[in-house]
Ligand binder design. Structure first.
Ligand SMILES: NC(=O)c1ccc[n+]([C@@H]2O[C@H](COP(=O)([O-])OP(=O)(O)OC[C@H]3O[C@@H](n4cnc5c(N)ncnc54)[C@H](O)[C@@H]3O)[C@@H](O)[C@H]2O)c1
Length: 669
């Protein structure tokens, strides 16, 4: 029996907020008087009755000042970080492993707003409040291997009987009934304490710091260069300039990625604290608040073919307008501000400072929104001019073009009217990652060495490298170089983790090798997982499935199937979310975690689940007639894997065109 009274034995001291730790802005608060009562009652469900008087008042205060109830008082006073697995109590290795992952997501040095349980992406949260954190941890400690912990939007519903081959945790975040699946209803539900914005790996417990995204950004930039700047497959981006914005949770990867890809990058960032973090990390190597100096430094490095990441402290719109006024050529251009939460502080208006932005956000949301819209329009005009002069612009999956459309710019739409046919510029998945990586099954496979020993990470790096044949495809060569240089590139932030893009069999081979190494006691236990931003993990017409052209890009069957199938096959942790990187109602995404304990039972699960996880995505892409996915699925069908993928018949385009044309010429409807 696990009661709330056992978990919350004494009322913790009120929290003293440490200066210098970023705090989330006040969230949208529109609850009526009755709804406010409901929100307080909802939060008090977690609190032993004897403290209701004091906590009711405190929760009301949090609602009114922060827009949500976080239960600040219950944030542990000691430092939270992903400790070695043996430091955590538990009856199962999975229960211990998940505690490492949760604590890593909430580490002050990793989380964007640790007090508000936000890991990254402005609103991506591990739990809704600190009470959920404690109850979940207790359940993870008590859980046995015939139980599964179920979480609904961060709320630990309870431990349910299952069996050793079942997942130990199944969790969902922000899944809403269709008619209510919009931001307004989500924000209301979030203020009421019944909806969590899990982003992808924040609420899915698999965040590994910005390293997770450096690899994807590196691959995107390299392949953008190959496809749009005519760089040969074996060459890098030496002498080329990439400009973008954002040095936050994920966007912070941009500087490091361009450097690894051999090019020069200038990244605009309005928040000095984020620049400081990246500077201290060594992920940018020159900081300036003058556009002139930024471009001068960039061109010096390009002329010497030196790789370099420059942080421009200021608004991206100012930087781009400077480039236009001074006829400066930019090769590759993108944006990684948090446009999925554009009016929640994710995008900073131009001509005001970062402090003024924060103040305005708290005090005058309508003026703030007007300024955001004006800035988005200016941003659009600047990009238009640069593109006309030969710059390749791509949307970085942050709903940037959607935000411009929502700001009132219809010209951004392909059909000049609405977003139904997409936008005038490609998204990075549509043009690059989709056809070059996802359609083959390459995606963001990752692992965490749970022992916390650096030697384990070194050994897994070496073992993974030995599993890759760099001669097979150029993607394999890129991945081989990535893992070969990973240690030198000092990518680890937080737990000892590594990301490595791999296809279905590549992931399986490495996973089985690691489990064997655990079995032979060469390394301690390992947690495998992936970002949801993958071949099959995410359905989103605004990003991951933007290169699906058979009309099914608005369906969420694939991501749901992947999650269900992974649960059926026994992945340790199975997750399914609404929201992710592009916003509520615009995506369904899921992920997994798999704890390797060296057992043969885990080998059996890996052999079915790892292939299913990737190939469900590839086969759906093949059914949508994507040529690389058809190729990959056809060769999968030739292998000895007891599976069979349905392949599409390809139609004669002309025949269909003529047939339909004739019908319409006859006046058909
Ligand atoms: N990196 C990836 O591979 C990837 C993939 C998909 C989506 N995304 C999306 O990218 C966005 C950013 O993610 P994040 O985790 O870095 O979010 P974040 O909120 O941590 O960082 C965004 C940064 O942009 C800065 N910013 C806002 N407006 C600005 C402006 N006008 N000029 C200059 N800087 C400005 C903010 O200060 C902030 O530091 C999200 O929408 C996310 O979903 C990233």
């Amino acid at each position: 029996m696990i009661t709330l009274g056992q978990i919350f034995k004494t009322l913790p001291e009120a929290t003293r907020f440490e200066p210098g730790i970023r705090r989330a802005p006040k969230r949208d608060f529109t609850l009526t008087e009755e709804e406010t009562e409901l929100a307080i009652k909802n939060a008090l469900r977690y609190i032993p009755k004897k403290w209701h008087d004091v906590m009711a008042e405190e929760f009301l205060e949090e609602l009114l000042t922060r827009g949500k109830i976080y239960g600040y008082r219950f944030k542990p006073k000691e430092r939270i970080y992903g400790r070695p697995i043996d430091d955590y109590p538990g009856n199962t290795i999975e229960g211990q492993a998940f505690q490492v992952m949760i604590d890593n997501n909430l580490d002050n040095n990793i989380a964007l707003y640790p007090y508000e349980l936000v890991t990254y992406g402005e609103t991506g949260s591990v739990f809704q409040n600190w009470m959920q954190y404690h109850i979940t941890k207790k359940y993870l400690q008590e859980m046995n291997d015939e139980q599964t912990l179920v979480l609904l939007s961060g709320h630990p519903l309870g431990l349910f009987k299952s069996d050793p081959k079942s997942p130990r945790v199944i969790l969902t975040n922000g899944l809403m009934v269709g008619a209510f699946d919009d931001l307004k209803n989500f924000n209301r539900a979030s203020s009421l304490g019944v909806a969590n914005y899990g982003q992808m790996t924040a609420g899915g417990w698999m965040y590994i710091g910005p390293q997770g995204i450096v690899h994807g950004t590196y691959s995107t930039l390299l392949n953008a260069g190959r496809m749009k700047l005519g760089i040969p497959e074996e060459k890098d981006l030496a002498g080329k300039l990439f400009v973008s914005s954002g040095l936050g949770g994920m966007s912070g990867a941009q500087g490091k990625a361009i450097e690894i890809a051999g090019g020069v990058g200038i990244i605009a960032e309005v928040d000095p604290s984020r620049i400081k973090t990246r500077d201290e990390q060594g992920w940018v190597s020159f900081v300036t608040d003058k556009a002139k100096d930024a471009f001068q430094k960039a061109y010096e490095s390009m002329n010497n073919n030196d790789a370099m990441a420059i942080a421009y402290q200021g608004n991206i719109v100012d930087l781009l307008e400077y480039a236009i006024e001074n006829n400066i050529h930019i090769d590759l251009l993108s944006d990684q501000t948090s446009c999925h939460a554009v009016y929640d502080g994710g995008y900073c208006p131009v001509d005001i400072s970062f402090e003024e932005r924060t103040h305005l956000l708290q005090t005058n949301i309508n003026t703030f929104k007007t300024l955001v819209d004006k800035t988005l329009k200016r941003h659009f005009e600047a990009i238009k001019k640069l593109v006309k002069n030969g710059t390749y612009f791509f949307d970085y999956g942050n709903s940037f073009m959607k935000a411009i459309y929502d700001a009132g710019v219809q010209e951004i739409c392909k059909n000049g009217e609405n977003d139904l046919d997409g936008f005038i510029w490609p998204s990075y998945v549509e043009d690059i990652m989709g056809p070059v990586l996802f359609d083959y099954g390459y995606g963001p496979f990752r692992w965490v060495c749970l022992s916390g020993k650096p030697s384990d990470l070194d050994k897994t790096d070496q073992a993974a490298m030995a599993c890759i044949d760099p001669e097979r495809r150029f993607q394999d060569r890129d991945n081989y170089h990535w893992i070969r240089d990973a240690k030198t590139n000092k990518l680890v932030v937080g737990t000892l983790a590594r990301i490595l893009y791999q296809d279905a069999y590549g992931r399986l081979k490495i996973a089985l090798k690691f489990n064997e190494m655990v079995r032979n006691k060469e390394i301690g236990p390992v947690m495998l997982g992936r970002d949801h931003h993958d071949t099959g993990g995410t359905d989103s017409p605004f990003r991951e499935t933007s290169n699906i052209k058979d009309g099914s890009n608005i369906m969420a069957d694939m991501a749901t199937q992947v999650a269900l199938g992974n649960a059926a096959r026994g992945m340790s942790l199975v997750t399914l979310h609404n929201g992710g990187g592009v916003g509520i109602g615009k995506v369904i995404n899921g992920g997994y975690g798999m704890v390797l304990d060296g057992s043969y039972e885990k080998d059996d699960i890996l052999k079915t689940a790892m292939l299913h996880d990737v190939m469900t995505g590839v086969s759906r892409r093949a059914w949508a007639r994507n040529s690389h996915a058809i190729e990959t699925s056809a060769s999968y069908n030739q292998m000895d894997n007891n599976s069979w993928i349905t392949l599409p018949e390809i139609t004669d385009e002309e025949m269909i065109k003529n047939l339909v044309k004739k019908h319409y010429q006859k006046g058909g409807k």
